[in-house]
Design a protein around this ligand. Structure first.
Ligand SMILES: Cc1cc2nc3c(=O)[nH]c(=O)nc-3n(C[C@H](O)[C@H](O)[C@H](O)COP(=O)(O)OP(=O)(O)OC[C@H]3O[C@@H](n4cnc5c(N)ncnc54)[C@H](O)[C@@H]3O)c2cc1C
Length: 381
């Protein structure tokens, strides 16, 4: 078993860390206040390879794969998790098009995503319930050579920032009754709804998309009619879950760093509190969780790169890392005493950001339902 990164992956980590530490902090106060994502950093991120990390070179990307992507998202998340939140959904759009799009669709849409012309969007969740995909109410009805789309998508990342959206809608009944479409934002009947005002991941744009007799050309169907559930599940489980897990991993790394720094700087009884065994135990627990999560994350992305089935592993990485980040943030706040809840200290933002990763990309319960099925399969008679 080999636990080392390639030289190219190490260089990528260094480049993304340098980029994140130099470019993101000056933007963070405004992001927290306004909830706006700094789109002026999209092109610079493209230059580092961030936007096109999983897109093949023939479509304008760098094609380094999922382990490299996890490194990228983790490093961005260490500085500000709104970035990997936005970028991981962007990569979901890249993956959906690359896996299921026609050559024409790939040529038309993938280079714009890879080179940072626009951000990617994958709109699955309806107000009727994100976990119940088949129960969605957004409908696309075929009339002549157009689909007429009606309905509403909620909690959609990058909704107000993208030039086109990948939308899953109902075209029939049951598991084969969903289809995936590319919707250009300027299509008549396609509208932006409200922008959400979240308590965490503030700088990542989340909002509603509204479709009111929106006419979509048949050429904008991704894959076959009725393949929408496959498009959604593959994209969510492979790209979405690894992306959310890596976002939470970055937060967890930042929590560890904040806890360690504070414990060393805060002096009580004439000594840093890091000399108290109770504090050392809290840091040890955070550090151990960080290591477990790192291994879960890297293994899941490595499996994806090797084309192995990895839905159980991505589910474990996602739910475990997001929950671990929340628990670690609580411990780090304890270490900070009352400073931990003051706005001047980063740890309160890390707690808020960690909380938002929990439902985003699918809840822990839904992930555990899949893991439970896989874990119990050997015992089924
Ligand atoms: C920051 C953020 C960004 C997001 N970005 C996107 C995006 O880009 N695109 C997109 O399509 N969606 C996005 N979402 C939506 C997200 O995927 C959904 O919120 C999530 O899937 C849960 O759906 P819901 O909120 O409707 O909760 P519900 O589905 O209503 O779930 C409510 C509760 O029921 C539980 N539950 C549901 N099913 C089961 C089950 N089978 N067993 C046990 N318990 C169950 C859930 O775990 C939860 O506790 C985003 C959400 C957030 C917070």
């Amino acid at each position: 078993m080999e636990f080392a990164f390639t030289e190219r992956e190490e260089l990528l980590r260094k480049a993304v860390r340098e980029f994140a530490e130099a470019e993101i902090p000056p933007k963070m106060e405004a992001m927290e206040e306004t909830g706006e994502f700094p789109m002026d950093l999209l092109k610079p991120m493209a230059q580092v390879g961030i936007t096109g990390i999983i897109t093949p070179p023939e479509y304008g990307g760098v094609g380094m794969g999922y382990l490299a992507r996890t490194i990228v998202l983790e490093e961005l998340g260490r500085v500000c998790a709104a970035f990997p939140m936005a970028l991981q959904v962007h990569h979901m759009a890249c993956a959906a098009l690359n896996d299921f799009g026609t050559d024409e669709q790939k040529k038309k849409y993938l280079p714009a995503l890879a080179t940072g012309e626009t951000l990617g969007v994958v709109a699955v969740t309806d107000p009727s319930g994100g976990s119940d995909l088949i129960g969605m109410k957004t409908v696309a009805e075929l009339k002549g050579d157009k689909y007429i789309l009606n309905g509403r998508k909620c909690f959609i990342t990058n909704s107000h920032l993208a030039d086109f959206w990948i939308v899953i809608a109902k075209t029939g009944e049951g598991a084969k009754g969903l289809s995936a479409f590319i919707v250009d934002k300027d299509t008549p009947g396609a509208k932006l709804g409200r922008k959400e005002n979240k308590f965490g991941l503030r700088g990542a744009n989340t909002g509603e998309l509204v479709f009111d007799n929106c006419e979509i050309s048949k050429e904008n169907l991704i894959g076959q009619e009725g393949q929408g559930l496959t498009v959604a599940l593959k994209t969510i489980s492979e790209t979405g879950r690894t992306g959310m897990a890596a976002t939470a991993l970055g937060i967890l790394q930042a929590i560890y760093e904040e806890a360690g720094k504070f414990a060393n700087e805060r002096v009580l009884y004439g000594k840093p509190i890091s000399t108290l065994q109770a504090i050392q135990f809290l840091v040890a627990e955070i550090y151990t969780q960080l290591d477990i999560c790192r291994l879960l994350n890297y293994r899941a992305s490595w499996m994806k790169d090797k084309d192995m089935r990895c839905d159980t592993e991505t589910g474990m990485a996602k739910f475990y890392t997001c929950n671990a980040a929340v628990e670690a943030a609580k411990k780090a706040i304890e270490i900070h005493g009352s400073y931990g809840i003051m706005k001047e200290y980063a740890i309160q933002r890390l707690f808020r950001d960690a909380m938002v990763t929990v439902p985003a990309g699918g809840t822990a319960e839904v992930a555990k339902a899949g893991i439970g099925r896989a874990a119990l399969a050997p015992f089924r008679k």
